[in-house]
Design a protein around this ligand. Structure first.
Ligand code: NAD
Ligand code: ZN
Ligand code: ZN
Length: 385
């Protein structure tokens, strides 16, 4: 089959690779009909997360069940499904607690309680390095889906791929940021990052009845998208007063909830890159710092942007003085996805309007390039195998 293969940083190509096959009786094989490129894929693409062996990337995909393992009970050949990006057994301590990204069984080689730099990571993710399980991803014609009775959800009739594809990751991720912070009607919410994840967090805040949603970025076209698809008031972070402006919009106090939907690859210069060699640090925590400034005393900072190493100069004193609560981690997709499908079916939220590009899988390398470099008005790329 054809698949998008990561070889080295900035080196991805569409290659012919072995077809996936059933390896465990609880697996299914999916024929992928749509798959998307995520900001998280860029961390591998840009070399922030190491991957030595070639790997098929992609953790946002949906498709039609082609082959069913002997123990699978809920799915049949021909079922059309969306698949949450964490791979989870559905029966361990963490899965039973609704914390599927921390599954104790899906990542046997590299799992552990510590959450270390190069070992003892969380549960597995599709197409997301050997450290996170070594499973091949879904930017491909076919993909093996383990624990098929646990993750995949059947798509209700009458919905297009684009209407539901983003239930695999970015909408549940935006929702996680908002739900972990307990956003309630009337709350004010600032979201740093108007990429796909930030836009989804803004949409989630609107669904939850936020009185004010503020989107921040430095890309003008993405700020426009935040206004258009998420009803946000948009502020450019190159405006040096952006924190003051947030406070001015919230009675001088700051927002109830500030979301980091950027992560370690927040725009930074050569000085930071050089200093990081000494600091043994990858990327920067500038957005965490901004969020801690923007949030009100006693408010919540939700971090769904990804971080990979230790980070010194973390403003713990400021967070302590303000009594801020901080919630962070991989999205708990399995916990939310059924409720979120219902929101889509009921028309309470629209997801397909974050997509900017639809391309054949054969053009995936170009998709990575324009998404990474924010060229051609790129917000979200959907690939068609
Ligand atoms: P993206 O790269 O398209 O979006 C990031 C946006 O942040 C860009 O628009 C960029 O211009 C903007 N930005 C850069 N520096 C900024 C700053 N200092 N202040 C404000 N905005 C800034 O990526 P995405 O797909 O939207 O993903 C965003 C983050 O969410 C990534 O780190 C991704 O890995 C992460 N993510 C996490 C989960 C999870 O489960 N926690 C799931 C999906 C994605
Ligand atoms: Zn993703
Ligand atoms: Zn589990």
């Amino acid at each position: 089959m054809r698949a998008l293969v990561f070889h080295r940083p900035k080196g991805v190509s569409v290659d012919t690779v072995d077809d996936p096959r059933i390896e465990q009786p609880s697996d299914v094989i999916l024929r992928v009909t749509s798959t998307a490129i995520c900001g998280s894929d860029l961390h591998i693409y840009n070399g922030y997360f190491p991957q030595v062996k070639p790997m098929v990337l992609g953790h946002e995909f949906m498709g039609v069940v082609e082959e069913v393992g002997a123990d699978v009970k809920k799915l049949r050949k021909g079922d059309r499904v969306v698949v949450p990006f964490p791979i989870a057994c559905g029966s361990c301590f963490f899965c039973n607690a609704g914390l599927h990204p921390h599954c104790e069984n899906s990542n046997p080689k590299n799992y552990g309680p510590e959450g270390g730099l190069m070992s003892q990571k969380g549960g597995a993710l599709f197409g997301y390095t050997d450290l996170y399980g070594g499973y091949q991803g879904g930017q491909a014609e076919y993909v093996r889906v383990p624990y098929a009775d646990v993750g995949p959800r059947k798509v209700p009739d009458g919905l297009t791929d684009e209407q539901v594809l983003f239930l695999t990751d970015i909408f549940p991720t935006g929702w996680s940021a908002i739900d972990w912070a307990g956003v309630k009607p009337g709350d004010t919410v600032a979201v740093f990052g108007c990429g796909p994840v930030g836009l989804m967090a803004m949409k989630a805040a609107q669904v939850r009845g936020a009185s004010k949603v503020i989107g921040l970025d430095r890309e003008g076209y993405r700020l426009d998208r935040a206004r258009a698809v998420a009803g946000a008031e948009a502020i450019n972070i190159d405006d040096k007063d952006h924190i003051d402006r947030i406070r001015a919009m919230t009675g001088g106090r700051g927002v109830d909830v500030a979301v980091d939907a950027v992560g370690m690859e927040a725009h930074h210069g050569i000085t930071d890159t050089l200093a990081n060699v000494v600091r043994a640090q990858v990327g920067v925590i500038d957005v965490v710092k901004s969020a801690l400034s923007a949030v009100r005393r006693g408010g919540t900072v939700s971090i769904v942007g990804v971080y990979g190493t230790t980070y010194d100069n973390f403003p713990l004193g400021q967070a302590f003085d303000k009594g801020v609560r901080i919630a962070l981690g991989q999205a708990t997709v399995h916990k939310y996805i059924d409720d979120l499908i219902r929101l889509v079916v009921d028309g309470q939220v629209r997801l397909d309007d974050v997509m900017s590009h639809r391309m054949p899988l054969s053009e995936a390398p170009k998709g990575y390039e324009i998404f990474n470099e924010k060229k051609d008005g790129c917000v979200k790329v959907v690939l068609k195998p």
